[in-house]
Design a binder for this molecule. Structure first.
Ligand SMILES: [Zn+2]
Length: 226
């Protein structure tokens, strides 16, 4: 099996993991991988990520130096599968970070919940993913170039792992490879889940239920979970 076909198979495996984890319910989410300088494989629109097969994937060329309407060329696409309108967020991010090769967009539920609450960030109890909090960028219409450009600015500000939570939408992660992009998905979603559980539990039960440890001397008053 050649390298492209192996990658097609691998994308389907990661799609299966995303769907089983509940990160891409129904037909949501997409995956994109760089296979050469300006060629990419991407998942089609409208397909559950647990049902992907290698022949469903689209092969694309992306040329960022061209006018927006001429940048994306579909090199190979099997009928009836079609390109997702969300492809721009993947291609613009991958073009911006040439050392990173894979993007995953999901609607992971806890991350999506916070994206819908109108908060600016999910504050973390620990220095997680190299960040003190998970920022959430304001809503921009999905499927546009503007949402893709806005995401890049947020991705540039990530000190370590590259991710962006899009307001009223979901999560985009950019990794060295698919495993890396998936790992960042897990980090962010598990952090959002922990923040949600912490908030819910402490508001219902309250501090009286606990014998509290003294906080570490270096902990600051504003270091708690949002
Ligand atoms: Zn989406």
């Amino acid at each position: 099996m050649n390298a492209e076909n192996l990658m097609r198979k691998h994308i389907c495996e990661i799609g299966q993991k995303l769907w089983q984890a509940g990160y891409t319910p129904s037909n949501s989410g997409n995956i994109c991988v760089r296979i050469s300088d300006n060629e990419f494989l991407a998942t089609p629109t409208g397909i559950q990520k647990g049902m992907l097969t290698p022949d469903m994937l689209l092969k694309l060329r992306y040329e960022p130096e061209k006018p927006e309407e001429e940048r994306i060329t579909v090199l190979q696409c099997t009928d009836p599968y079609k390109l997702t309108s969300e492809i721009r967020i993947h291609l613009v991010a991958l073009a911006e970070f040439p050392q990173l090769n894979a993007t995953i967009h999901s609607h992971a539920p806890y991350t999506q919940l916070f994206s819908m609450l109108g908060v600016k960030a999910i504050r973390l109890p620990d220095n997680f993913a190299g960040a003190r909090n998970i920022p959430i960028v304001p809503w921009v219409k999905p499927g546009t170039w503007d949402i893709a450009y806005g995401n890049v600015e947020a991705l540039k500000s990530c000190p370590k792992d590259k991710f962006v939570v899009m307001g009223l939408h979901g999560l985009l992660t950019v990794g060295r490879d698919l495993e890396d992009a998936f790992l960042i998905q897990e980090k962010i979603e598990s952090s959002a889940q922990a923040a949600y559980l912490y908030q819910t539990y402490t508001r219902i039960v309250g501090d009286d239920a606990f014998v509290l440890n003294a906080p570490p001397a270096e902990a600051k008053a504003d270091d708690g979970v949002l």
